[in-house]
Write a new protein. Structure first.
Length: 268
């Protein structure tokens, strides 16, 4: 939670803590005490990132997902990147994960050598690769046991490709709209039914592209609110809320509506 679609950068410290606390409480109340809560704690300074990790732990998070600071991308040398993540991991009371998402970090894209170096830290236990680079993912999974360093894809359009390459799964935005389809794809993979898994994977590829074309984060929130009845379509500036009516007849929205209809009819 509190990743890019969770608008982490737009929340106050108190709001972040309350969101984590409520999530942990809700899971526990429904008997999901063992479910992990991975909270985004990235910030633009080492000091604030450490504080957010401590806050996340106090609020009930099990892990911290840490973006690399990007206000001054030209100064983020390999040395500075390594020092930042190691200092945060040293101070964090919960295990940390490296969140690599060049789109939201001014183009900073951690390569496999940087991530491999960080994986040796005892409190850095995994990574989320929203860069979509399967070669990078495979280099990491071939070096590390998932029990000590877990590698996740950050996009649904490479879920099966990541699983074939040894990932632990994915932490994607599309799962907010098609949760049962993601569970179905993973079950097909576990069964060894690669042909059917890849047919569903093809739909994910089109759907991941479609959600980027119907208002981005605002569009995802509007679709979730319309079809699943929670949250709202409001986003904080400078982002813009999406009015789904304005996308009427849009081929990308039509595709998503078709898949959502299948989602509602899907029985696991």
């Amino acid at each position: 939670m509190q990743g890019s679609n969770g608008e982490a950068q737009h929340l106050s410290h108190d709001e972040r803590k309350e969101a984590i606390r409520l999530t942990r409480q809700t899971l526990n109340e429904h008997g999901y005490n063992s479910i992990l809560v991975i909270a985004g704690t990235g910030a633009q300074s080492t000091r604030e990132t450490k504080k957010l990790c401590m806050d996340a732990h106090a609020a009930g998070a099990s892990h911290a997902l840490v973006l690399t600071p990007s206000t001054w991308p030209h100064y983020m040398s390999t040395e500075n990147i390594l020092r930042f993540h190691r200092e945060v991991a040293d101070a964090s009371p919960i295990p940390t994960m490296i969140y690599n998402f060049p789109t939201v970090t001014a183009g900073l894209d951690l390569d496999s050598e940087i991530i491999s170096a960080l994986a040796g830290h005892p409190n850095i236990v995994g990574t989320k690769l929203s860069c979509g680079n399967i070669g990078k993912l495979h280099r990491l999974t071939s070096q590390f046991n998932t029990a000590t360093f877990a590698v996740f894809a950050g996009r649904s359009d490479v879920l099966v490709q990541g699983l074939v390459s040894g990932s632990c799964g994915a932490i994607p935005a599309l799962v907010n709209i098609l949760p049962k389809h993601h569970a179905r794809l993973y079950a097909l993979w576990k069964e060894g039914n690669i042909q059917n898994a890849m047919q569903l994977q093809a739909e994910f590829g089109h759907a991941d592209w479609a959600i980027s074309k119907v208002g981005g984060i605002g569009g995802i929130k509007a679709i979730v609110n319309k079809h699943w009845g929670y949250g709202g379509s409001t986003v904080r500036g400078p982002l813009k809320s999406a009015n789904l009516d304005s996308f009427a007849g849009n081929s990308h929205l039509d595709l998503l509506e078709t898949l959502i209809a299948k989602e509602k009819a899907l029985v696991l």
